[in-house]
Design a protein around this ligand. Structure first.
Ligand code: SAM
Length: 257
């Protein structure tokens, strides 16, 4: 395969069996079904199948699927040539829910895939994924902490998250240029309605494009100090210090006016 196709598909295959084993060990034995995204050549599939009798895997590169079927195919184990960004999830997963997810995600579309999965606590209990370290840091960032922005706010709406361990480039072939990290998400029902969340995210997105400004300046001219104060937020704070509940309250104050 050409290098550009490999790069587009994020095909950095895990060659360190210990990393795959440690990832699989982060799944929770109480949910017996696992969805794997991008099984590639099966590095993570192998230790997952030591824990799960039921595995469904979605792999975009159909040329990899016959070998996966040959190596691991047995009752309850299914490999589909499918795009995890597009494949309708409900018909595949709903009847047997809940599932867990385990994946060494293709880095180019990793966050887009997560955006599909994280709001689905009706389908998934835990998601264990590998991504580039820089993205993982932003996903788990805390208010006022380094890198706290829209990614952490979106994640906080749907899951608790922690970094399990880091993975150096030499654990893969070909080697990626960046450090990677494994992150665990435990999903929970969203504490706010979809409308409140969308209002909160759109305000936060706007303000966070000017992270160094105080809130009144970052949100001017549409939002003033009186509205911030009505939402119990200090107008002199910077956007990165607010948590999800703050943004939801502010969106609520603005929506009521
Ligand atoms: N799990 C294997 C491993 O750990 O060695 C492969 C991981 S590799 C980083 C990412 C895998 O995701 C590749 O096999 C790639 O073909 C596949 N992939 C890329 N985009 C995808 C998509 N949209 N849906 C499903 N699989 C995808």
């Amino acid at each position: 395969m050409g290098r550009s196709k490999r790069r587009r598909l994020g095909q950095n295959f895990l060659t360190d069996a210990n990393v795959a084993e440690q990832m699989a060990a982060l799944t929770d034995a109480s949910t017996p079904r696992v969805l794997e995204i991008g099984p590639g050549k099966g590095a993570l599939t192998q230790p997952l199948l030591e824990r799960f009798d039921r595995l469904l895997a979605l792999e975009l590169d159909e040329s990899l699927v016959p070998a996966l079927r040959e190596q691991f195919g047995t009752a309850g184990v299914e490999f589909r040539a499918a795009d995890a960004l597009k494949e309708p999830l409900d018909p595949l997963l709903d009847e047997e829910a809940p599932w867990q997810v385990a994946a060494n995600l293709p880095y180019s579309v990793g966050t887009a895939i997560l955006r599909r999965l994280l709001p689905r606590n009706d389908l998934f209990t835990r998601i264990v994924v590998m991504l580039q370290q820089e993205v993982v840091d932003r996903l788990v960032a805390r208010p006022a902490g380094k890198g706290h922005g829209i990614m952490a706010l979106e994640r906080a709406a749907f899951a608790e998250a922690y970094i399990a361990f880091q993975v150096p480039p030499n654990a893969f072939k070909p080697r990626p240029r960046v450090m990677s990290a494994v992150v665990v998400f435990d999903l929970h029902p969203a504490p706010h309605s979809p409308e409140s969340l969308s209002g909160a995210f759109s305000l936060a997105c706007r303000a966070l494009t000017m992270p160094r400004k105080v809130l009144t300046n970052a949100l001017a001219p549409d939002v003033g100090s009186d509205q911030l104060e009505a939402a119990d937020i200090d107008p002199k704070l910077r956007p990165g210090t607010l948590d999800l509940a703050d943004w939801v309250r502010l969106a609520g104050v603005i929506g009521r006016q």
